[in-house]
Design a binder for this molecule. Structure first.
Ligand code: NAD
Ligand code: TDX
Length: 338
C-alpha cells in the first residue's frame, strides 16, 4: 500500500483523480488535504466517500505544523500536489493568495517532504508557465518559462522551487505541465462550465476580446491517467508535458456548446479583454508518449458531448454551487455527525 498525500483533492482535477484512482486500484491509500476554498467541493467526492483507503482532512498547505502532523499521522511517503488557486481572472483581481498558496504552500510541502524523506514529490503544473505562443509552434519541456499572469507566475515559481529541491537535496521530484482540462465537476467560473450554465439559464456568454484566443483542450480523465503513469513510471527530476493536441479558439467551443444545447448565438456578448490575455497555448506531448507510452484516449467531440450532458444531468450540483449551499456539505458530513 502506498500512502499518498493528495492536496487539493476537493477541486476539479484532484477530485476526478481520487474518484478515478479509488475506482480502478486498491494499492493506494489516499489522504486528501484540502482547505476547501470556494473552489473545493466535497460533493465531488461522493463516489469515494466511505472507502477504506480514503481519508479527507480539511487543512491549508501553508500551515507548516499541520502539514507536519499529517505526514506523521498517516506515514506519508508520496505527495501529489494539486492544491492551488487556479483561476487567472481572480489572480488579476488580487495576487496575494496565489503566491501564498501556490508558492509558500508548495514550499511547506517540499520542506516537510524533505524532513520525512519521502519517495516521490509530484508537482501538478500547467502549460501556462511557458507563456503565450504566436500562431505557430508548440510548448516543449525545454521551452523557457515565461509566465504572464500572477497565476502562471506563481505556478512557474513553484516549478522552479521543486527543481531546486531536486538539484540541491536530491529530492525525487516529477512535474507535469498539462493544457486546459474539461469534464465533470469543473467549477462554473471556468470557460466551458460557465458557458454551459449561462446558456441553460438564458444568460449572456461573456467572450473576452475577439474570442480567437486558442486553448489546447484535454479531457480530465486523460490528464489523470497521465498523472498516474508519471507517478508510477516517470523519471525523477523530469518534466512531462501533457496535452491532447486539440487546439481550438474560444469562440468555436462556445458555438459548439450553444448548438448542442439548441440555444441562439445571440447570447454571445463580446466583452473587454482579460488583461495580459495569453493568445495561444499548444502542447507537444511527444516526450510522455514516447517515453511512457501515454496517449489521450478520449475524442474531443465525444467527451465534450458527454461533459455537456453531465452538466444537464447534474443541475443540482451546480445550482448548489451558485446558491453557496455546497459549502455547508462539509459540516453536514463531518461536523454534525453524531
Ligand atoms: P481547482 O481550483 O478546481 O481546485 C483547487 C483545489 O485546491 C480546491 O479544492 C481548493 O480548495 C484547494 N486549495 C487551494 N488552496 C489551498 C491551500 N492553500 N491548501 C489546501 N488546499 C487548497 O483547480 P483545478 O482546475 O482542479 O486544478 C488543479 C491543479 O491543476 C492546479 O495546481 C492547477 O494549477 C493545475 N492545472 C489545472 C488545469 C485546468 O485546466 N484546470 C490545467 C493544468 C494544470
Ligand atoms: O468568461 C470567460 N470568457 C472567456 O472568453 C472566461 C472565464 C474565459 N474566457 C476565455 C479566457 C481564455 O482564453 O476562455 C479561455 C479559457 O479561460 P479559463 O477557463 O479561465 O482558463 P485559462 O485561463 O486558459 O486557464 C485554465 O487552463 C490552464 C485553468 O483555469 C488553469 O488553472 C490552467 O492552468
Amino acid at each position: 500500500m502506498k500512502n499518498i498525500l493528495v492536496t487539493g483533492g476537493a477541486g476539479f482535477i484532484g477530485s476526478n483523480f481520487i474518484n478515478y484512482i479509488l475506482d480502478t486500484r486498491d494499492d493506494y491509500f489516499i489522504v486528501n488535504l484540502d482547505k476547501l476554498t470556494y473552489a473545493g467541493n466535497l460533493e465531488n467526492l461522493k463516489p469515494s466517500e466511505g472507502k477504506k483507503n480514503y481519508q479527507f482532512v480539511k487543512g491549508d498547505i501553508t500551515n507548516n505544523e499541520f502539514v507536519n502532523y499529517i505526514f506523521e499521522k498517516f506515514n506519508i511517503k508520496y505527495v501529489i500536489n494539486f492544491a492551488a488557486e487556479s483561476h487567472v481572472d481572480r489572480s488579476i483581481l488580487g495576487s496575494e493568495i496565489f503566491y501564498r498558496s501556490n508558492v509558500i504552500g508548495t514550499n511547506v510541502l517540499l520542506e516537510t517532504s524533505r524532513r520525512f524523506e519521502i519517495e516521490k514529490f509530484f508537482q501538478i503544473s500547467t502549460d501556462e508557465v511557458y507563456g503565450s505562443l504566436g500562431s505557430t509552434g508548440l510548448f516543449t519541456e525545454t521551452t523557457p518559462l515565461s509566465p504572464n499572469s500572477p497565476y502562471s507566475s506563481s505556478k512557474a515559481a513553484a516549478d522552479m522551487m521543486v527543481m531546486a529541491f531536486y538539484h540541491t537535496y536530491g529530492m525525487p521530484v516529477v512535474i507535469t505541465r498539462c493544457s486546459n482540462n474539461y469534464g465533470p465537476y469543473q467549477f462554473p467560473e471556468k470557460l466551458i462550465p460557465l458557458m454551459i450554465i449561462n446558456s441553460l439559464n438564458g444568460k449572456k456568454l461573456p467572450v473576452y476580446g475577439d474570442g480567437m484566443n486558442v486553448r489546447d483542450w484535454i479531457y480530465v480523465i486523460d490528464h489523470n491517467k497521465a498523472v498516474e503513469l508519471v507517478f508510477e513510471k516517470g523519471r525523477v527530476g523530469e518534466v512531462y508535458n501533457v496535452g491532447a493536441s486539440n487546439e481550438m479558439p474560444n469562440l468555436q467551443i462556445i458555438k459548439l456548446i450553444l448548438k448542442k444545447l439548441g440555444k441562439s448565438e445571440d447570447l454571445i456578448e463580446f466583452v473587454k479583454d482579460r488583461p495580459g490575455h495569453d493568445r495561444r497555448y499548444a502542447i507537444d506531448s511527444s516526450k510522455i508518449q514516447n517515453e511512457l507510452g501515454w496517449k489521450p484516449g478520449f475524442i474531443f467531440e465525444e467527451a465534450i458531448e458527454y461533459t455537456v450532458d453531465w452538466y444537464l444531468k447534474n443541475k443540482s450540483w451546480w445550482e448548489r454551487i451558485i446558491s453557496g449551499e455546497y459549502q455547508k456539505y462539509y459540516y453536514d458530513l463531518y461536523q454534525n455527525r453524531k
